[in-house]
Design a protein around this ligand. Structure first.
Ligand SMILES: Cc1ncc(COP(=O)(O)O)c(C=O)c1O
Length: 398
């Protein structure tokens, strides 16, 4: 049986050398490589500025702080995301307000955002789930009318485009992750991309305790005193991380082509399996193809997941709806039924291997495993239903 790991990074010897060069220089922390990746990242996205930070979590948190969001404020976001999105809001003292998602994409529904706006709402955090962008033109209209900031969670969406809009074009800021499994990675890392020079200036001291000068500025010429000009946090990217990212950025488009080929092969195969659905990529959108998601009948999800693992296929669940996790339930009193689309997706989701290093044989093995497991499970469901005297077909949940 062919074993297909959930993820394998695509880093090369050249990437390792790029990092090792940094070790021969002075700046292990924020220095010339960080400045260079900031410029190249902004250039890749067609934006004016980027700020390198330690993670997408700190990117979101610092951007909220930079916009003055804190206790008493509300920030509208989606429950179909990684906890980092809403946790960043909680860390500022503001309250995350969840709204439901579109059933076909899993992305936040701009119509629901509009309904949730109150006098306390200050910002919206859309998450471009799996790599497919939220309808930013519609969301931007809604937010502009109410004077809300839009802070995009682009952890999945570096290469994404929708209706000619790239991440960061319509939002105030776009927050990226370079976590270990992301399309471009340095193990842990993040960045904030914006066209707003004032926001960029604030972020450059917010990521460094509020210090008015970086280490590079303090030590490369004559010593200069620094001041603390506000209360920031410690979240600056270092040059080792930056060197790894710089080395990968030139091949990001080529790797996306491979992701797209794999995504299309999965979709063609799963279209013919009744019990399997998958998210739609809307017309006019180019997905970053970060995660490949299938949706299976919720009552069978865990069994299908376990059987795929038995067949040596690496799987994950990104995500179960976060308002139903213990902390959020207990703190805010959320219950099942609050956000039905997010909940249905959360209990139907299985994430399959999706990375450029997958061989065609790996993709075939994953497809074959999904097909056989779904047949086995449909068969056992039918047998159980026969015994119970019911007639319950195994169909797609959505
Ligand atoms: C949608 C989403 N937002 C935020 C994050 C947080 O990213 P980081 O681990 O870089 O803080 C992740 C990480 O997986 C994510 O998937």
């Amino acid at each position: 049986m062919r074993s297909v790991p959930f993820y394998r990074h695509s880093l090369t010897h050249k990437d390792a050398e790029a990092m090792s060069e940094v070790l021969h220089g002075i700046f292990l922390t924020t220095g010339p490589r960080t400045r260079q990746i900031e410029q190249e990242l902004a250039g890749y996205l067609g934006a004016s500025f980027a700020t390198g930070v330690t993670s997408c979590t700190t990117a979101l948190y610092l951007t909220l702080l930079a916009r003055g969001i804190g206790p008493g404020d509300e920030v509208i976001t989606t429950p179909m995301t990684f906890i980092a999105t809403a946790n960043a809001v909680l860390h500022t003292g503001a309250t995350p307000i969840f709204v439901d998602v579109e059933p076909t994409t899993g992305n936040i529904d701009p119509g629901q955002v509009e309904k949730a706006i109150t006098d306390r709402t200050k910002a919206v955090i859309p998450v471009h789930l799996y790599g497919t962008m939220v309808d930013m033109r519609r969301l931007h209209d809604v937010c502009r009318r109410s004077g809300l900031y839009v802070i995009e969670d682009c952890a999945h969406a570096l290469e994404a485009v929708r209706d000619d809009v790239r991440p960061g074009k319509l939002g105030d800021a776009a927050c990226f992750s370079f976590y270990a499994t992301k399309n471009v990675t340095c193990g842990e890392g993040g960045a904030i991309v914006t066209n707003d020079g004032e926001l960029h200036d604030r972020l450059s001291w917010l990521r460094m305790h509020g210090m008015s000068k970086s280490a590079a500025e303090r030590y490369t010429a004559r010593y200069q005193h620094w001041d603390m000009i506000g209360l920031g946090y410690k979240a600056n990217m270092n040059d080792l991380q930056a060197a790894l990212l710089l080395s990968q950025l030139p091949r990001v488009e080529q790797q996306l082509e491979r992701r797209e080929t794999i995504g299309q092969r999965y979709e063609a195969a799963f279209r013919n399996i009744d019990s399997v659905g998958f998210p739609t990529i809307p017309a006019g959108a180019r997905s970053a193809r970060h995660l490949f998601t299938i949706w299976v009948p919720p009552e069978r999800r865990d069994e299908i997941l376990a059987r795929l693992q038995e067949r040596q296929v690496g799987v994950a669940v990104n995500y179960r709806a976060i308002h139903l996790l213990t902390y959020y339930r207990e703190r805010f009193g959320f219950r099942e039924g609050d956000f039905p689309n997010a909940e249905r997706i959360g209990s139907s989701t299985i994430i399959l291997p999706m990375y450029p290093g997958l061989y065609d044989e790996d993709v075939n093995a994953v497809i074959e495993a999904v097909r056989s497991v779904c047949e086995e499970v449909a068969w056992t469901t039918l047998k159980a239903d026969d015994k119970a005297g019911t007639d319950r077909p195994c169909t797609s949940p959505l």
